[in-house]
Design a binder for this molecule. Structure first.
Ligand SMILES: Cc1cc2nc3c(=O)[nH]c(=O)nc-3n(C[C@H](O)[C@H](O)[C@H](O)COP(=O)(O)O)c2cc1C
Length: 416
C-alpha cells in the first residue's frame, strides 16, 4: 500500500494517528508561577486541535519543579495542578486529536537563574555561550537515590497525564536534556552501572520506559524523542543511535521521533556551531529536512514507527520521504507557530510549501519570534508574520523576565 500524508497510522499499542502530520514539541512558557496549566494554554491547544494534525505533542512539561527549562514551564508533580491539566487535555483533544505530553527533566542544561544546582549524570560543564543573560552552573553528579527518584518522577507524571485525559506521552530523550545526558559518553562519565557501555548509559531511559509502562498499561502510547546524533565529538553518535534503536525494538515504545543536537550544537533547528561528531556529507549541509538521511538508516533497523522532525518545509519532500519509506510521520514545529492550520492546508493540497520565516531571519531571532507567535495564539490571536525579529526579541526578553520574577516570588513563598 502506498503511504501518503493522509494515511492513518496504527501504533503498536493499538492507538491510531489519523494522518502522518504531527505538531512537534514547542516550549510554550505559558504556565503560572506554580507550573500549573492556564486558560492561555487551553486557548492555544484548542486552536491547534482544529489544525487537522494527526498528533499534537505539547512543549516540554517538567517532572521536577526545580529542574525546569524556563520559568512558566508546566510542571507535573504531586504539588497540585491536576484540575488545570484536565482542562488542558480536554482543549487539546477537543477535535478527537491525539494530544501527547512531552515529559522532560533538564539535568545540567538549564540557566543558573532557574537552577543554580542542576543535577546530571556526571560533573561535566556545559560548553555553551555564557554572558548577556546566559549562565550555567557546574552540575552535581546524581546519586543512585537521585536517579531512582527521577525515574519515579517520570512515571508519576505519566500517570497524571493519563488520568488527566491526554492520549499519550513522549519522553524527551533528545537535545541535551537529562535522558540525553545519560545516553552521551561525553556527559555520562559514570563508573557505576549507569555509565560506561551503551547498555549502561541507556539504563536510565529503559528503567523510565519500564516504570511508565507499568503505570499507564499496554494501550497508552509512549513515544521517545531521540537524537539521530548529538553531532558533537565524543557524544551520542549516529552509530550509537542505531544500536539503541535495536535495543528499543524489544520494548513497548510506540513511536520514535528523531531530531539532533543540543544547546551546545543547535542542529535541532539546522544550525551547526561546530562541525564535529559525524563525518560531514551533503545530507548534513542540507538546509531543509535536516535528519531525513539519518532517519533512513535508523528506520531500516527499527520495528517501531519513526517520526522525523526538523526543517520539513516542502510538501513534495514530505510526501517523497513517506512513500520512499524513510519515515512514518512528519514532525513540524515552527510552521505551527506561523500558521495554526498548516496540516489542513497541506492535506487539502492548498499549499506546496509551509511558511519558513526563519529562512529570512537572523538565527538569534527565530526562537523569540516563534515564542511571541505562540503567546499571540494563546490570547486567541492569529500569528502575525510581519513582526520583525528585533521587535520579537525585545518583547520576548521582557516577557521572560516577568515570568522569572513571578517564579522567584513563588519559590520564596513556597519556601517560607
Ligand atoms: C520555540 C521553540 C520551542 C521548542 N521547544 C521544544 C521542546 O519543548 N521540546 C522539544 O523536544 N523540542 C522543542 N523544540 C524543537 C522542535 O520540536 C523541533 O525539533 C525543531 O524546531 C525543528 O523542527 P522545525 O524545523 O519543524 O521547526 C522547540 C523549537 C522551537 C522553535
Amino acid at each position: 500500500m502506498s503511504v501518503s500524508l493522509s494515511t492513518p497510522l496504527q501504533l503498536p499499542c493499538g492507538a491510531t494517528l489519523n494522518n502522518r502530520i504531527a505538531k512537534a514539541a514547542m516550549s510554550e512558557g505559558l504556565a503560572d508561577a506554580a507550573g500549573h496549566s492556564t486558560s492561555r494554554l487551553e486557548t492555544l491547544y484548542a486552536q491547534w486541535a482544529r489544525s487537522g494534525a494527526g498528533l499534537l505533542i505539547s512543549g516540554n512539561f517538567q517532572v521536577d519543579s526545580l529542574h525546569i527549562e524556563r520559568a512558566a514551564n508546566v510542571v507535573i508533580t504531586d504539588e497540585g495542578g491536576d484540575y488545570q491539566l484536565k482542562r488542558l487535555a480536554a482543549a487539546g483533544t477537543s477535535n478527537g486529536t491525539q494530544f501527547w505530553v512531552q515529559l522532560s527533566h533538564t539535568g545540567r542544561q538549564v540557566d543558573a537563574s532557574i537552577n543554580p544546582r542542576p543535577l546530571a549524570p556526571s560533573v561535566v560543564e556545559i560548553e555553551a555561550f555564557r554572558g548577556v543573560g546566559a549562565n550555567f552552573s557546574t552540575p552535581v553528579a546524581m546519586t543512585e537515590h537521585q536517579i531512582i527518584t527521577a525515574i519515579n518522577q517520570f512515571s508519576y507524571a505519566a500517570d497524571s497525564v493519563q488520568r488527566a485525559g491526554f492520549t499519550g506521552i513522549e519522553l524527551q530523550a533528545a537535545h541535551g536534556y537529562l535522558i540525553s545526558q545519560f545516553l552521551s559518553p561525553r556527559t555520562n562519565q559514570r563508573m557505576d552501572n549507569w555509565g560506561g557501555s551503551l547498555e549502561n548509559r541507556a539504563k536510565f531511559l529503559f528503567e523510565i520506559i519500564k516504570a511508565v509502562r507499568a503505570k499507564v498499561g499496554p494501550k497508552f502510547p509512549i513515544g521517545i524523542k531521540l537524537n539521530a546524533s548529538d553531532f558533537i565529538k565524543g557524544g551520542f553518535s549516529h552509530a550509537g543511535c542505531i544500536q539503541l534503536v535495536k535495543m528499543l525494538n524489544d520494548t513497548s515504545v510506540d513511536l520514535i521521533e528523531l531530531s539532533g543536537g543540543s544547546l551546545e550544537q543547535p542542529k535541532v533547528v539546522g544550525v551547526s556551531i561546530r562541525d564535529e561528531g559525524e563525518p560531514i556529507n551533503l545530507s548534513q549541509l542540507k538546509r531543509e529536512a535536516y535528519f531525513v538521511d539519518f532517519a533512513r538508516a535508523i528506520r531500516e533497523t527499527s520495528k517501531i514507527p519513526i517520526m522525523v522532525t526538523g526543517g520539513f518545509r516542502n510538501v513534495g519532500e514530505m510526501t517523497d520521504a513517506l512513500s520512499r519509506g524513510d519515515l512514518d510521520v512528519i514532525g513540524l514545529a515552527r510552521p505551527f507557530a506561523a500558521d495554526p492550520e498548516i496540516p489542513l492546508r497541506i492535506l487539502s493540497g492548498e499549499i506546496s510549501r509551509v511558511p519558513s520565516p526563519e529562512t529570512t531571519m537572523d538565527v538569534r531571532h527565530t526562537h523569540p519570534w516563534n515564542g511571541i507567535q505562540i503567546e499571540r495564539m494563546s490570547t486567541g490571536l492569529l500569528p502575525d508574520l510581519r513582526i520583525a525579529g528585533e521587535t520579537a526579541v525585545t518583547s520576548f526578553l521582557q516577557s521572560e523576565a516577568e515570568k522569572l520574577e513571578a517564579l522567584a516570588a513563588h519559590r520564596l513563598v513556597a519556601r517560607a
